[in-house]
Design a protein around this ligand. Structure first.
Ligand SMILES: *Cc1c(COP(=O)(O)O)cnc(C)c1O
Length: 234
């Protein structure tokens, strides 16, 4: 069992403190920002420690990895949150394994998920991933396509759109990073004004930039390395 005094427990407490402090500094209610621990690349033994500490939602970016970890943690209650690019032909696995998909970025994927979810007779919380950064390496729907995208999703009853997700530009220029987050919030507000009141969540901010994201209205930060340590992709 992992106690609050284990190194992971200490890092979790320190991270929660930083999130709270950022909320207070931004004049926001501490507790208005949720934490999504991002456990990709870490072994099931580390995830088990996180679960022992009371975390239940875990962010992952590869379905194969979720499948493996799910098997190893079969006796545990985990809500898997997909945050990585999903190929359309993986919709079947996503519909079966994920409790939430934050990387919905195109209609083909939405249709594929909707079809599979109908087969599984379940619904899924989704966030629309928006491209707010010019980098080619970043996925996401171009923001000006959001209204038409939301309109198209209306016919897909299995998908519950809870909000928007983005990755900010990877840059030391904090103004450029902040602009990505501000852009996501602006589009969330526009969608609400168009009548999509359920689109409330703003999943934005990672280990290196979550304080800025909280200043710009983030409701959920996705934190990996600041909690679990540096990732080893070898
Ligand atoms: C890996 C990842 C994160 C977490 O990144 P850290 O810098 O380790 O906090 C957050 N969001 C997405 C989409 C990711 O792929």
């Amino acid at each position: 069992m992992s106690s609050p005094h284990s190194s992971l427990g200490v890092r979790l407490a320190q991270l929660r403190e930083r999130i709270e402090r950022a909320c207070v500094q931004a004049g926001r209610e501490p507790g208005s920002v949720a934490l999504l621990p991002v456990s990709k690349t870490f072994p099931a033994s580390v995830l088990a420690q996180a679960l022992d500490l009371g975390l239940t939602r875990l962010g992952e970016n590869k379905l194969q990895e979720v499948r493996d970890k799910q098997e190893q943690l079969a006796d545990r209650n985990v809500q898997w949150v997909m945050i990585g690019h999903l190929q359309t032909n993986k919709a079947k696995d996503a519909a079966r394994l994920a409790s939430e998909v934050q990387s919905l970025d195109r209609l083909a994927l939405a249709h594929a998920l909707d079809r599979r979810l109908q087969v599984e007779q379940r619904s899924l919380d989704v966030l629309v991933q928006v491209k707010t950064s010019p980098e080619d390496s970043k996925f996401g729907l171009p923001p000006d396509q959001l209204p038409a995208f939301m309109q198209a999703l209306r016919s897909m009853d299995t998908l519950r759109v809870r909000g928007l997700m983005t990755m900010a530009v990877n840059s030391p220029d904090t103004d450029a990073v902040r602009a990505c987050f501000a852009q996501l919030r602006l589009w969330r507000d526009r969608l609400q004004a168009l009548g999509y009141e359920q689109v409330q969540g703003l999943s934005m901010g990672m280990s290196g930039d979550f304080e800025l994201a909280i200043q710009e209205g983030s409701t959920e930060v996705r934190v990996g390395s600041a909690l679990f340590g540096a990732r080893d992709y070898a």
